[in-house]
Every structure is written in C-alpha cells, then in structure tokens.
Design a protein around this ligand. Structure first.
Ligand code: ADP
Ligand code: MG
Length: 608
C-alpha cells in the first residue's frame, strides 16, 4: 500500500446477507448495462414466448421509456410476481444447464429491470389479463387488466434508482442507435417474426426506426429476405449461401462477396444455435476466411449461423449471454474458415454487381456536354493488328506457363462465355469484352495478378512452386540486418520457388525465381518481401506470412497495365478467369472486372 489515505477501509464489519433489492441491483449491473441490453432481454423473452409480432416503443434513447408488446403465450396471473423474482424462470428446471433451447434461462432480466427502473408487466393467459407493477425493487399487488393477447412490458425511467449508472449512458441518439442495432440483430435470428421499432419521444412522434414484416417461406429463404432488410438490398445479389457440416457442427447463412466488403465490421452477424453472439473466436474465424481476399482495413458482410448439439457449447459464460464457449474451438474455427472459403470459391469469378451499379449511378448524373452523334452505320467486323510486344518483362515470357493459349481461336472468341469475347483493349489496361447480353470491362493487371496468385497457391498446396534457375545469380545488396532476416526465411521461400543464398557481408544472391512469374526484377521482389515481413511482424502465423509473400510475388509477375495485348491473349485471360476460383476480385478485394448489361446501357442512353 502506498503512503497516504488508504482507499479501502480495513476496519471490519460483520458479514451480512444483502437484501433482495441490493442483489438485484448488482445483477442489473451485468444484465442491463444500458437501454439496448434491456431491449435485448425483453425481445428475447417475447421470442421465447413464441411471439409472431413484436413492437418496441422507446423514448429518449430508452432512458425514459421502453415498451415491448408481443403476441406470445403470456403469463398467468398467479405467476406474475414470480416473473419478477430473481432466479425464477419457466425455461429450465435447473437439472440441465447444458441442453438450453431458449434465449433466456437465468431468470434475472425482469427482476433486474424492476430493481433499477419502474416496471409494469401486463399479460394475458388462460383467458384473463392481469398486471403487476414494481418500482425500485418493490412489487405491488397483482391487479386485473385489459389486454387482448400476449404481453406488454413497460419499463420507465431506467436507472432512476441507480443514478450512478445513469451518468454512464450516452446521448439519446447514441442509445437509440444501439437499440436499433440490437433489434436488427435479433430480427435476423427470427426472420419469420415481424418487428417494429418506434421512437415515441415527444418530438419524434412515433417515427418508425426499423420495421421488418414477417418473411414467409423456409428459414433459408426467409433469412435471405430479412438479410436484405438488415444488410442492404444488394446483399442477396452479392452473397453466397453457406452449407457446411463438420463433426456435429453446421454452418449456414450467407457470406458477402469480397468485393461487397465494408470499412467496418458493422455488417457481421453471427449466431450460435440462433443466439446472436459477439464472440471473438468466431469473428476471428470470419476474418481469417477472408484474409486472402481483403486488405486488413476491409470487413466482409455476413449472416452466419453455427448450429450444434447444445452439449458442445456453453452459453452460460456471461450474464448477457453474448459470448459462448465451445468444447472444441478449433473445430468450429476450421469449419467457418473452410466453409466460407469453399462457398466463395464456388462463386468463382463473380464480382460484386454493386460496382457496375455505382458506376451507372455516377454516369447518369452527368449531363452530356457535347451533342451526341447518331452512329448508324453497319457494324464493321473487328480486326486486330498484332500488337508489338512490350520490352522488358512482357506478358509472353512473364506469364507463359499461366496464360498459354490453349483454346482454338473460334472457341476462345465466344460471346456466350460468362465473361464474353474480347473486342478491344483500351488505354492499354482495360479489356472490353462482349457477352450475350452486355459488356464486360476487365482490369488486366488486377485480373492477371489474381490468376498468378491462385496458380502459385495451387502449386504450393501440391508440393512447391517450381523454381527457374537464373543463368547468372542476381546479387542484391542489403543491410546486414535485412540480409540476416531474409536468409532466416530462406527455406520457406525456397518452397515458394525463390532461392536465396548468403553472398558475403550485406548482400544475398538470388539463384532462382518462381517459374510462373517469368523474368522478374529479383531485387525489387526481395525488397518488397522484407517490407511485408516487417509489416506483418512475428505475431502473424507462418502460413499467413507465406500467403502474403505469394500475393507480392503475384503482383511482381503479372501483366502490367500499359502493356498491349493481342486478341488471343485477352481471350485466354478471360477464359482463365472463368476457370479460376476467386478471380472476381484482386488480392486487395477490389473487383477485377465490371459487367454492364445491355439494359443498363440502354438506360444510360435513356432508351427505357
Ligand atoms: P428468463 O428469460 O431467463 O427465464 P426473465 O427474467 O427474462 O428470465 O423472465 C422471467 C420469466 O417470465 C420467464 O421465464 C417467462 O416465463 C416469463 N416471461 C417474461 N417475459 C415474457 C413474455 N414476453 N411472454 C411470456 N412470458 C414471459
Ligand atoms: Mg429473459
């Protein structure tokens, strides 16, 4: 203890049993931390009661009023006082804390709220409606009430009995936002249930903050519709369905395409046995599943449902039940990573359609500056002059093994193929292709980089990336530190086709480079690898560091923008994109191509 007044008194007082109100206030600190947590508990109670429609009214960010109305099975009059007693629940009998099928089970929510606010519980069951009120933990007598069906829980002046807690709350706006998030999240878990959240504050006058009608159909269809409400109307068009099983665990729901990523993790919803969770393990697994497609500052959108035998997961870890503990965390993580990657691979070259929509939006707002000429001549057959090969590390050598032209010309020039037939190259960087019902614009560098990357990865997964021995080793001068660092990884790099040896003090000799890259600038590659390794630090796993190195290699070995390409080369690239998983986005999550449908183009010209 430092000098001065002790902050904690050590003079002894006798041990006392705290009264019920005090106990409930302590519990309330954990269960109802803020208005949004009260809303969560009340909505979960309504769902547990089998409600099909849940109305939530709030005022002043939930601080002055939270009212949740449901059409569930209700509570009989005789049980109303019990509902407000701590550790009283109808959901478990206490003999089995493992096999829990409901949202609630701790019997803490209502008594906690009754201890820190003014609570009214009105419910109808067995044909009669009754009501009980409580204020600051004191229960009143049960009285008859008028109510057609279900239950209304009204919580006024939350935390009036614990002013210290009140001080910790944020602005009405921020608390309203948190409540809306909570309702949205829960509404994803039960897409068959209708939700309506209203702001009943005087100035808001019943403004609807969120509304979702009951989605019809089976769970998967209903979920997709609900996900559109929550994650945006483009979500369905930009997500892949998940369906994976592993040793008693299932993964379902939808994962957004990498090109549909966000700047923050707000669009991630994870459920375990239908319970919304904010679990570190699962969020980490989601991130890992996309690590190959997204840069570190982008976040995927997803609605993921992990299902398992309740015995395999403990939901009783935290009073708010937002964390879970798995018996075999590695298994769940593996299922998520492989299940999502597999689904994304099946999506193949699909890239986000929001890109082309965004582009259309941008184009449409621009008024034509010049008079537009009507082009009315018959379409001339397109001819290709063989493009001169660029000097330096060009496509033909650089990507020979990866982009060899294997398709005969007539087959390669196929407008019925998903990415169409190449018609032109513009600005030495964009391939224009014609499809059956539109056009496709490909960023040649981004697309080829991804193809090379996928090829390198496949080779590494097989055994190792083939190396191409240099006639004369490339000597790369480095600082001694850097030389030591890269030499310490020499064995791992050799598996990737990059062979490096010590070469006196302060230099290394590059003896061989990865064959799929063709002729590359070895010194520049080594410098980039050193930067990347320094950036990633030692906490990153070896595997992800090697992936990062592969990604760099792909960048060094891909067609530069600015290189002219022949028609057959362009078509070969398109066909390879179609055949390669994940080719719809580059290694940084940007699209490698955009597609414009004819009807979109017609819209541009005001033809529809
Ligand atoms: P828990 O949900 O953990 O059981 P609560 O304190 O949230 O504990 O609720 C206590 C009990 O009150 C529940 O077990 C349930 O029987 C009853 N109850 C609460 N809310 C409702 C509701 N909206 N409809 C029907 N019964 C409810
Ligand atoms: Mg509850």
């Amino acid at each position: 203890m430092p000098d001065g007044d002790p902050k904690i008194s050590y003079s002894r007082t006798p041990i006392r049993q705290l009264d019920e109100t005090a106990i409930n206030r302590i519990a309330a600190g954990e269960v109802v931390e803020r208005p949004a947590s009260a809303v969560k508990e009340l909505v979960e109670n309504a769902l547990d009661a089998g409600a099909q429609r849940i109305d939530i009214d709030i005022a002043a960010g939930g601080k002055s009023l939270i009212r949740v109305t449901d059409d569930g099975h209700g509570i009989p009059a005789a049980e109303l006082p019990l509902a407000l007693c701590r550790h009283a629940t109808s959901k478990i009998d206490g003999s089995d804390l493992i096999n829990i099928q409901t949202f609630g089970f701790r019997g803490e929510a209502l008594p906690s709220m009754a201890a820190v606010g003014r609570l009214a519980l009105i419910s109808r069951a067995d044909g009669t409606a009754s009501e009980i009120r409580a204020e600051g933990g004191k229960l009143e007598a049960v009285r008859p009430a008028a109510l057609g069906r279900g239950t209304i829980v009204e919580l006024r002046d939350l935390f009036f009995a614990t002013p210290a807690r009140l001080k910790f709350l944020r602005s009405d706006r921020a608390e309203t936002q948190a409540i809306a998030d909570t309702v949205r999240r829960l509404s994803l878990a039960e897409p068959g249930v209708a939700f309506c959240l209203r702001d009943a504050s005087e100035q808001a006058d019943g403004r609807i903050l969120f509304r979702a009608n009951a989605e019809p159909g089976g769970f998967a269809d209903a979920l997709l519709c609900r996900a559109q409400r929550i994650l945006g109307k483009d979500f369905a068009a930009n997500a892949v369905p998940l369906d994976a099983v592993r040793e008693g665990f299932t993964l379902s729901g939808y994962a957004g395409l990498p090109t549909y990523s966000r700047g923050a993790s707000v669009a991630q919803h994870i459920f375990v046995n239908n319970r919304p969770v904010k679990d570190r393990l699962l969020m980490g697994a989601l991130r890992a599943a996309y690590s190959d497609f997204l840069s570190r500052d982008r976040h995927p959108a997803a609605a993921l449902f992990v299902g398992c035998d309740p015995e395999l997961v403990d939901v009783n870890v935290h009073p708010a039940k937002s964390e879970v503990r798995f018996r075999e965390p590695g298994l769940v993580r593996g299922l998520m990573v492989s299940g999502i990657r597999h689904a994304l691979a099946e999506a193949g070259h699909r890239a986000s359609n929001t890109v082309s929509h965004a582009m259309l939006g941008a184009v449409q707002t621009e008024q034509p500056q010049q008079p537009i000429y009507r082009m009315d001549r018959p379409r001339a057959p397109v001819t290709y002059a063989p493009a001169p090969m660029a000097t330096g590390p060009g496509f033909a050598e650089a990507a020979a093994p990866s982009a060899r032209i294997e398709t005969p010309e007539d087959e390669a020039d196929d407008t019925t193929a998903p990415l169409g037939a190449a018609r032109a190259q513009v600005h030495e960087n964009y391939i224009l292709a014609q499809t059956e019902d539109g056009i496709v614009i490909v960023d040649q560098h981004a697309a080829h980089e991804r193809l090379v990357y996928e090829e390198l990865k496949a080779q590494r997964a097989e055994s190792s990336v083939p190396a191409q021995t240099l006639l004369i080793p490339d000597i790369v001068p480095l600082s001694q530190d850097q030389a030591d660092q890269i030499l310490s990884c020499a064995q791992d790099l050799a598996v990737l086709g990059l062979e490096i040896e010590a070469f006196g003090p302060g230099a290394v000799a590059v003896r061989a480079t990865p064959a799929p890259l063709g002729n590359i600038n070895a010194a520049a590659l080594v410098a980039d690898i050193l930067d990347e390794l320094a950036d990633l630090g030692s906490s990153t796993s070896l595997d992800s560091r090697l992936d990062a190195v592969l990604s760099l290699m792909a960048c060094h070995g891909s067609i530069r923008s600015g290189r002219k390409m022949r028609a057959d080369e362009m078509n070969a690239l398109l066909r390879r994109m179609e055949a390669t998983p994940h080719s719809g986005q580059c290694n940084h999550g940007r699209p490698t191509y955009v597609e414009l449908k004819l009807k979109d183009i017609e819209r541009l010209f005001g033809r529809t």
